[in-house]
Design a protein around this ligand. Structure first.
Ligand code: GLU
Length: 279
């Protein structure tokens, strides 16, 4: 069965761009006689708020969407992410990184080359080469650390990979452009890349629908699938909706949130018209 998902983070109110993404996934699932799942991506404890989660359910229902219950909330599945991290650790592919953001910027400033990837500055790898005793020493001192993937080692373990995007065709996976990505953050023992990849597998998602701003992330997700033996879905990265000035919608811009529009008396049909989706 065709299964896709809409996976918002409850860090603000949904806006027109979210409505487009949810309806795009919903219509695709209908076309394939499948299902659209809703997933709440709430690993960021500092930014997620329960009232935004409630608003997500309200706003999507107002738009006319429905989804299988219960929804998966990432914060309730930390054991799944811990299990995956354990496996990657046993494969020798993770290392603790004690660097602060400031130190990483400083290391880049001092280096003659500071390559960038899709998420910004690439990690220069300073903690990759720490000795076991130094690592242990810093852990014994309770220095906070993230877990990073040793990208070169991970890539050489799985060899060449491909993935398929419904709009752009076959892709050669190029996860190395991200460098040693963080798979468990200092403040929460998982990361976007790890949680989303594992969840899509565990929820039986056959087609990942999301905005083209996350296109590059799929290279990393394909690598994680290969390392962890997960199913490989296909992908459909849709265009991003923009305002009249060509600017992407943002949660902080209240005028385009569904909540604000509802308050102004806009009806759901009007929202569908605005985002160019036929009901
Ligand atoms: N939670 C992400 C967001 O709100 C979407 C992640 C995904 O679709 O893979 O932007």
């Amino acid at each position: 069965m065709f299964i896709t998902r809409f996976a918002p983070s409850p860090t603000g109110h949904l806006h027109l761009g979210h409505a487009f993404s949810a309806l795009y996934g919903f219509q695709l699932s209908q076309k394939h006689h499948g299902q659209l799942l809703l997933r709440i991506e709430d690993i960021d404890k500092g930014r997620c708020r329960p009232e935004f989660e409630t608003a997500i359910y309200d706003d999507l229902t107002w738009l006319g969407l429905d989804w299988p219950k219960p929804v998966r909330r990432q914060s309730e599945h930390m054991d799944d992410y811990a299990g995956a991290l354990k496996r990657l650790t046993e494969m020798g592919l993770l290392y603790p990184c004690f660097c602060t953001r400031k130190q990483i910027l400083q290391q880049a400033a001092e280096s003659s080359r500071a390559p960038h990837g899709p998420d910004g500055l690439l990690y220069p790898g300073s903690c990759r080469d720490l000795s076991d005793s130094e690592r242990q020493n810093r852990m014994d001192h309770c220095d906070p650390y993230a877990l990073r993937l040793d990208m070169a080692r991970a890539c050489s373990r799985v060899g060449a990979l491909t993935w398929h995007d419904r709009q752009r065709g076959e892709q050669q996976a190029r996860p190395e452009m991200f460098g040693d990505v963080v798979l468990a953050r200092k403040d929460t023992p998982t990361s976007y890349h790890l949680a989303v990849t594992l969840d899509d597998h565990l929820q039986g998602v056959t087609c990942v629908v999301r905005g083209v701003d996350l296109f590059q992330a799929s290279h990393v997700h394909r690598l994680l699938q290969a390392l962890l033996g997960l199913d490989v879905p296909e992908y459909d990265h849709h265009r991003l909706l923009t305002d009249e000035q060509g600017k992407r919608f943002a949660k902080r811009d209240r005028s385009v949130t569904l909540r604000e529009m509802r308050g102004r008396g806009v009806n759901p049909e009007e929202v569908l018209r605005l985002i160019g989706v036929k009901s």
